[in-house]
Design a protein. Structure first.
Length: 544
């Protein structure tokens, strides 16, 4: 069986069609190339002659009642016929003989012997004995394939285990002084991945040869084996030619990729040096380093892609051009808002309007900046609400930053009260400043101060201003400050009111909590003056 397996393999490989001229046609029977017809006869091309001969051979071989005896040659005036009984298999012409460089009778006898041997072999291969041998050979081949497959899998599995056990011992990392370029774990992963690729390639090749040999065993499938070998050979030959033609372009692409890679690494090193303060550039702030690096990296990659594109195979194909135009139009129509947000994000970075962690007010949103991206700004309010604001809206709105100057000069928090003209303004100033001094997170230096912002018809408006370095606690500070103002004014017996009334104020109870009212406090009586300016007795009524 081993000899037969080798013979079938050689026959399958020999059945591969060569690089024949377009006018030639091989005669293939049971997966074997018998000979080649190179000339036409009348209106029949070499392909038509070969196809007709193949059909006659198949019909004759399939007819088990037909006796395959010695084929005869019948010489005519211009041709010699090869007969199988009363069936003419093929006519050999003078042109055929001239194309082969042999006499016509010699060529006809040679072809007759080849056809007779092919028919006998075909009849033998279809016998019961030969069928059993073919079946046994296929079983042996399958068992051998499974054995080889298991051995390959076990070998690579043991190799993977050895790689894992060698990690840190035989497989070590690559270091450059104190810089670890390649860790032992990463090196082990690379070796295991390479072994898996080799294993997959080996299994694929084994499967290919197994399928090809199995198809070559049986006469009915031998033609598929020849076709499989031919297609594989043609594909490998085409791939080899394409690879050889692509090698100069591939070398150029590799050089561009290497140059791009190291250019990006150099940019990253320089921008990181600026970000950490190791390199100082006048007018360039450290917080600009990371976004600038991303922009430069994008530009470098875009330039590299434009330079590499002409060297890619198929770059000038109409299909690729059509797809490129389609995606270009699609992106242009659908990304107008996205591009606007990206441009706004870049501008916001270089305007330094706010940083991560700043307390800001953007339009009607007040909170802390938690994230800045090219498309949107994320803000967390004092109620723990996460709000996403598109950068285009941020750029078109007024931005109030409460944190930008608080560490250097402090943020001024201010609140206003309105007090009647009957209260001494110096006392009001002192009470407001005392309330600020009693409030946590408000600074004593610079000292709080009071501004009288308006002298209205019925009251004076006082504005208390105090410094803080905790803008993120604004709501708590304001609440504590308002509480302390109420306590200070109540303890001093000063009413916080705006006297918008025209009724007589005398006789009304003081407008402070009862706990702050003195024990012997009595509401004042009405005081009414007469027309001549002399006071009236208490309890007297006004004239109607």
């Amino acid at each position: 069986m081993t000899t037969r397996l080798i013979r079938l393999t050689i026959l399958a490989l020999a059945a591969l069609p060569g690089s024949a001229a377009p006018a030639e046609a091989p005669v293939i029977f049971n997966g074997r190339t018998l000979f080649t017809l190179r000339t036409a006869v009348g209106s029949f091309s070499p392909e038509a002659r070969a196809e007709a001969l193949q059909d006659r051979l198949i019909t004759l071989s399939a007819d088990r009642l037909a006796k395959i005896g010695p084929l005869t040659t019948v010489k005519g005036a211009s041709s010699t016929d090869i007969d199988a009984g009363d069936v003419v298999l093929l006519s050999i012409t003078d042109q055929d003989a001239a194309a082969e460089g042999k006499p016509r009778d010699v060529l006809a006898a040679s072809y007759a012997q080849i056809l007779e041997n092919a028919l006998r072999t075909s009849r033998e291969e279809r016998s019961l004995k030969q069928r059993l041998e073919d079946l046994g050979l296929s079983l042996v081949l399958t068992a051998f394939f499974i054995l080889i497959l298991r051995l390959v899998q076990l070998g690579f599995r043991r190799l993977h285990a050895n790689f894992e056990s060698w990690r840190g011992t035989r497989i070590r990392g690559v270091r450059l002084q104190r810089l670890e370029l390649l860790t032992a774990q990463r090196a082990t992963w690379i070796l295991i991945s390479a072994a898996r690729c080799i294993e997959a390639t080996g299994l694929l090749l084994l499967s290919y040869f197994y399928v090809s040999l199995m198809l070559s065993i049986f006469p009915e499938t031998r033609m598929f084996a020849a076709t499989l070998f031919a297609n594989t050979q043609a594909g490998l030959r085409a791939a080899g030619h394409a690879l050889a033609a692509f090698l100069p372009n591939l070398f150029t692409i590799v050089l561009i990729v290497i140059a791009t890679r190291y250019t990006i690494k150099l940019c990253r090193y320089l921008f990181r040096a600026v970000e950490t303060g190791m390199l100082t550039i006048s007018g360039f702030y450290p917080e600009w380093a990371d976004p600038s690096y991303k922009i430069v990296r994008l530009l470098v990659l875009a330039i590299a892609a434009v330079v590499i594109f002409p060297f890619i195979p198929g770059n000038d194909s109409p299909a690729l051009r059509g797809v490129s135009i389609f995606f270009g139009v699609l992106v242009s129509l659908g990304s107008a808002g996205t591009v606007g947000n990206i441009v706004a994000g870049v501008l916001l970075t270089y305007t330094r309007a706010f940083q991560i962690g700043d307390r800001v007010r953007i339009a009607d949103t007040l909170g802390d900046v938690t994230e800045k991206t090219l498309l949107a700004t994320h803000i967390r309010t004092i109620k723990n609400e996460d709000i996403t604001v598109p950068n285009s809206l941020v750029l078109s709105s007024h931005i109030t930053n409460y944190s930008s100057c608080c560490q250097d000069r402090g943020l001024i928090l201010h609140t206003a009260v309105t007090i009647g003209y009957d209260a001494p303004w110096r006392q009001i100033h002192q009470l407001l400043i005392s309330a600020a001094a009693a409030t946590p997170d408000l600074l004593s230096e610079p000292a709080p101060f009071v501004l009288q912002t308006a002298l209205n018809d019925f009251y004076v408006q006082y504005q208390l201003n105090a410094y803080t370095r905790e803008p993120s606690r604004m709501a708590v500070i304001y609440s504590a400050l308002h509480q302390n103002i109420q306590d200070q004014f109540n303890e001093a017996g000063v009413e916080i009111c705006s006297p918008h009334f025209s009724a007589i104020r005398d006789g009304n109870h003081i407008a402070i909590p009862d706990s702050y009212v003195p024990e012997r406090y009595v509401a004042p009586a009405f005081r009414v003056n007469g027309g001549s300016g002399s006071p009236r007795p208490e309890g007297a009524s006004l004239p109607l």
